[in-house]
Design a protein around this ligand. Structure first.
Ligand code: GLN
Length: 477
């Protein structure tokens, strides 16, 4: 299937050889045809997209610049606020809720000429690695519908993997962009913490959450990232400085770069075919003039344990707002407390309840130091070790996901799903950028992605390396 890229669509729309309206209708008809099987979308925002397409076409007709994403259909994970359109987080708690404002990323995409076609499925409140925790049913992997697309941004990954839209946005707290990107055979980027505004992203774990793009090419991911990154006074954690653009760095290559393969992520728990593809990616970097060596970052093995205390702790606080009073679902009770309990019992699914209980326990007096405090110390240790590694290396390399896409229902034990994030979590804990790039396939024929990690705000070098892997793939296929 050769769906046009975002770069191609924008070039056609800007030159007038295709209208934004035609690009939109083509995407909407692909969705109508294929998404009944995949269920990557929860709701479509056709009216808004049609109005936006007409506005872009009018700008072109008037001879003005419609923006770098002119006429590009894009899908958003359903935890990003869209004014007047449902934003559910795949939870019964927010079913029917329509936010009164747009997330900053939505305004920025539309200002750049993009067309928001709809909202995609996710694990409830972004907690999960398979999109099976959605209250509205799972999404299926476009490469094999009996398998999961990964998660929690599984809908956004599957929509791009299936060619329904050229690009989409997800959010990544512990790997929720990179892991589904790997399983769906697409590019997925978690930017530096603070590079993309979180205003209007419904919070899961605020010190870890970042929004980023999915795309079929490194160039498309760069185009979208450049459109959404940059300081936003509405997000207190937004970096108050210029964010380096990545589109201009794509041809920089890796000649002379020092790349480290993280030792601790190349052994136990990672499938053989994934290890093989990661080694082949290292070879591709060597052929392009980089030096690649192993590097030990011992504390990475504690990342998963620290994350599953810190993320639930923050979630337990963030999700306290769903109390049946201000907005969202309400189930009546005899008094306020009974109403709160009935609402939260009915509104949240099992995994969300599990996280709230874990997080509340980790923060409770008497246990705070032993659990939350210790996890924060581990977080500092991992950051210190990454800083040391980056004294010797420009970039790091690892697998993205321990395996290719698994069958729906195959991982019923929560711990088995938590293990899916072992390679992706460290970057969230330290706030660094990382991305997954498709690099061949596994013994089962399903896609495998490899992860490129970079120091804070070194996205340009990370994208240049990703482009090298992409070119090596093209050369080999
Ligand atoms: N799978 C991880 C979790 O369940 C990461 C989720 C995410 O990045 N949003 O917490």
């Amino acid at each position: 299937m050769s769906t046009p890229t975002a770069i191609e669509i924008a070039a056609q729309v800007r030159s007038g050889s295709q209208s934004a309206t035609a690009a939109l209708e083509s995407s909407l008809s692909d969705i109508a045809e294929r998404d009944r099987e995949l269920h990557s979308f929860l709701h479509l925002t056709e009216d808004r997209a049609r109005a936006q397409a007409a506005a872009v076409d009018a700008v072109v007709a008037a001879g003005n610049d419609p923006g770098p994403l002119a006429g590009v259909p894009i899908a958003l994970k359903d935890n990003m606020c869209t004014r007047g359109a449902p934003t559910t987080c795949s939870s019964k708690m927010l079913e029917g809720w329509k936010p009164p404002y747009d997330a900053t990323v939505v305004s920025r995409l539309e200002a750049a000429g993009a067309l928001v076609v709809g909202k995609t499925n996710l694990d409830e409140f972004a907690m999960g690695s398979s999109t099976e925790n959605s209250a509205f049913g799972p999404t299926r992997n476009p490469h094999d519908p009996s398998r999961v697309p990964g998660g929690s941004s599984g809908g956004s990954a599957a929509a791009v993997g299936a060619g329904l839209v050229p690009v989409s946005l997800g959010s990544d707290t512990g790997g929720s962009i990179r892991q589904p990107a790997s399983l769906c055979g697409v590019v997925g980027v978690k930017p530096t913490y603070g590079a993309v505004s979180r205003y209007g992203l419904i919070a899961f774990a605020s010190s870890l959450d970042q929004i980023g793009p999915f795309a079929t090419t490194v160039g498309d991911a760069a185009l979208v990232l450049d459109a959404i990154s940059g300081h936003d006074p509405l997000d207190a954690t937004s970096i108050p400085a210029a964010i380096p653009t990545v589109s201009s760095a794509l041809t920089n290559g890796v000649a002379g770069k020092r790349i480290g393969i993280i030792d601790e992520l190349m052994g136990e728990g990672i499938d053989e075919d994934v290890l093989r593809q990661t080694e082949l990616a290292a070879e591709a970097f060597r052929s392009a003039g980089a030096t690649v060596e192993r590097v030990s970052i011992p504390a990475t093995i504690y990342g998963l344990a620290a994350y599953y205390l810190i993320a639930p702790a923050e979630a337990s606080s963030n999700l306290a707002r769903y109390d049946g009073v201000r907005y969202g679902a309400r189930v009546d009770g005899g008094n306020v407390e009974a109403m709160n309990i009935a609402t939260r019992t009915a509104g949240f699914g099992d995994e969300v309840k599990r996280r709230i209980m874990l997080g509340t326990y980790a923060l409770s007096s008497g246990y705070y130091d032993a659990y939350y405090g210790k996890a924060q110390r581990v977080r500092s240790l991992i950051a210190a070790e990454f800083a040391t590694a980056y004294e010797q290396f420009d970039l790091l390399l690892s697998p993205t996901s321990p395996s290719t896409a698994f069958e729906l229902g195959a991982k019923s034990d929560p711990m088995a799903l938590y293990m899916c994030d072992v390679c992706t979590i460290p970057s969230n804990l330290v706030g660094h950028p990382a991305m997954s790039v498709p690099f061949g396939s596994g013994d089962d024929g399903l896609p495998i992605g490899v992860q490129i990690l970079a120091p804070m705000l070194h996205e340009p070098a990370m994208f240049a390396a990703a482009a090298v892997l992409e070119a090596a793939q093209k050369g080999s296929s």
